[in-house]
Design a protein around this ligand. Structure first.
Ligand SMILES: CSC[C@H]1O[C@H](OP(=O)(O)O)[C@H](O)[C@@H]1O
Ligand code: ADE
Length: 293
């Protein structure tokens, strides 16, 4: 039936409402994930929660091991990921406290491994639709029922950080048509696609970055203040969206996320690197014919 994974961003270091809670250490050939992964049940549903920055916010956006995080979730059988992320707004009508279901990204990250694949096993997955339309639709239903101020689409610009943007950059990103700004959801979304996991970013607006006339530029204290409420709302949203996502889940994703690797690997079978294929037993085991133990 599948397992729902939740990646908690800034301000979201645990999930309430879970029963049968177990913290598990998962090993990955890609290194250590951000923290132990918390397994638990929400009613009949099995969940896996991972705080992206680690409990206590130890990890910077650049220092997060995104590959280990996605690989470990895949090893636990996670089929769908909701990424809950604090974001700056680049649009007047996206106000602090609003939630945005991200459908597009502009990736300006520049100091992170972007792929599970490399020399010896080359693959090119499609990122034309980087988030799962089925997850977007289910989360929208739950958010509307809860009365959360919601935008059903939005383009999230990923910056490297950790410094916030200059004013010139903030204006430039607005001209590019970006709606939100954050530091973490790429390469996360790319890696989830390579791992054939359905992925959706729920952007929780905390500030107006630094482009808006008459508004103080973003700083961490303002973000954290808004985050407290956003995190409470996010807990409710997950609890209500989870059954909609998982109980009506069909065997295959209608958007095709779970078959992303089907036509993606270009390296001839005779030329594939055996050690790399071993490392990819979880991520690509389905198409390589070597499923993880
Ligand atoms: C604490 S403000 C900046 C920080 O918050 C966001 O993190 P996340 O996406 O994990 O919620 C942003 O990307 C920065 O990492
Ligand atoms: N303005 C901003 N820029 C980058 N990341 C953020 N996270 C929250 N607000 C942000």
């Amino acid at each position: 039936m599948g397992v729902l994974g939740i990646i908690g961003g800034s301000g979201l270091y645990d999930m309430d409402r879970l029963s049968d809670v177990r913290a598990v250490d998962v090993e990955s050939p890609f290194g250590a994930p951000s923290d132990k992964i918390v397994r638990g049940r929400l009613g009949d549903l099995e969940l896996a929660f991972l705080p992206r920055h680690g409990v206590g916010h130890r990890l910077s956006p650049t220092g997060i091991n995104y590959r280990a995080n996605i690989d470990c979730l895949k090893r636990l059988g996670v089929t769908d990921i909701l990424s809950l992320s604090a974001c700056g707004s680049l649009q007047e009508d996206m106000a602090p406290g609003d939630f945005v279901l991200v459908d597009q990204f502009i990736d300006r990250s520049r100091a992170r491994p972007l792929s599970f694949f490399e020399n010896g096993l080359v693959a090119h997955v499609s990122m034309a639709e980087p988030t799962c339309s089925r997850l977007r639709q289910k989360v929208a239903v739950a958010a509307k029922a809860l009365g959360i101020p919601l935008h059903e689409k939005g383009t999230y610009l990923v910056m490297e950080g950790p410094q916030f943007s200059t004013r010139a950059e903030s204006h430039l990103y607005r001209q590019w048509g970006a709606d939100l700004i954050g530091m973490t959801n790429m390469p996360e979304a790319r890696l989830a696609r390579e791992a054939e996991i359905c992925y959706l970013t729920v952007g929780m607006v905390t500030d107006y970055d630094c482009w808006r006339e008459g508004e103080a530029h973003v700083d961490v204290s303002a973000v954290l203040e808004i985050l407290v409420n956003n995190a409470k709302t996010a807990q409710k949203l997950v609890a209500d969206a989870a059954p909609l996502i998982m109980e009506e889940r069909s065997e295959t994703c209608e958007a095709g996320c779970d078959r992303a690797l089907e036509m993606a690997i270009v390296t001839h079978p005779d030329k594939r690197d055996a050690a790399l294929m071993d490392r990819l037993d979880a991520v690509a085991g389905r198409v390589l014919g070597r499923a993880a133990q």
